[in-house]
Ligand binder design. Structure first.
Ligand SMILES: [Fe+2]
Length: 216
């Protein structure tokens, strides 16, 4: 890749310096470990939500925006050989800024937010890139002694690859360590499941690459 276009892509946030040289499945690619799976959890969205675009801070027909801190999450979908995966389906869902899911089984008394979309479905583009705008998810109680740290659920699928269901965590979150799911992972797995802080734009940016495994 020419220096100019690489610089431009880094500026656009589509490549981090660490992956800037990774442009194809050719000589610059390197083997990677697949992103660890995590449980789907009880709040996978029910069908019927029409608004599923990649801006979760606005909902169709509502005049206002979602409560809480608005953030950008972006990254790339790759395989374990380091090749970019385009046209992968990326299905995400999360709690709103108060820790409540838009799901009838969520008994958390925290309020629903009519400005928050709660779920999005998008496709990876050129070089496997994806990007969405959302809110920093709130924490929520699972039991009297277990409070989940902020996280975003991902389900990523593509023909010829194993579908990956996982959860993305945020860096420097004090609740990560005590979380009963996150703490069960090896340190190396935790690293792969935690976003990095990216260069701040108008909003805070979190970078999160997802590595899929080929179907054998
Ligand atoms: Fe969750």
């Amino acid at each position: 890749m020419e220096d100019l276009s690489r610089r431009k892509m880094i500026k656009l946030g589509l490549l981090s310096s660490a992956t800037a040289l990774l442009v194809s499945c050719g000589e610059n690619s390197k083997a990677r470990i697949a992103t660890p799976a995590e449980i789907e959890g009880p709040f996978y969205p029910l069908s019927g939500q029409a608004d599923q675009d990649s801006d979760l801070t606005e909902t169709a027909g509502y005049h206002g925006v979602a409560d809480g801190e608005h953030i950008i999450v972006q990254g790339q979908i790759l395989d374990t050989e380091g090749c970019f995966i385009e046209n992968a389906m990326i299905d995400i869902w999360q709690a709103n800024s108060k820790g409540r899911y838009h799901h009838p089984n969520d008994t958390n008394p925290a309020p629903l937010d009519p400005g928050f979309q709660g779920r999005a479905i998008m496709q990876s583009g050129k070089n496997g890139a994806f990007r969405f705008k959302t809110v920093m998810p709130g924490t929520y109680p699972v039991s009297e002694t277990w409070i989940r740290p902020p996280h975003i659920h991902f389900k990523v699928s593509r023909k010829d690859y194993l579908t990956l269901t996982t959860q993305m965590y945020f860096p420097d979150e004090e609740r990560n360590e005590a979380d009963l799911l996150f703490s069960k992972k090896e340190a190396s797995e935790q690293l792969l499941m935690t976003a990095e802080s990216g260069d701040k734009e108008e909003l805070a940016v979190y970078r999160y690459n997802i590595i899929l495994e080929r179907q054998s």
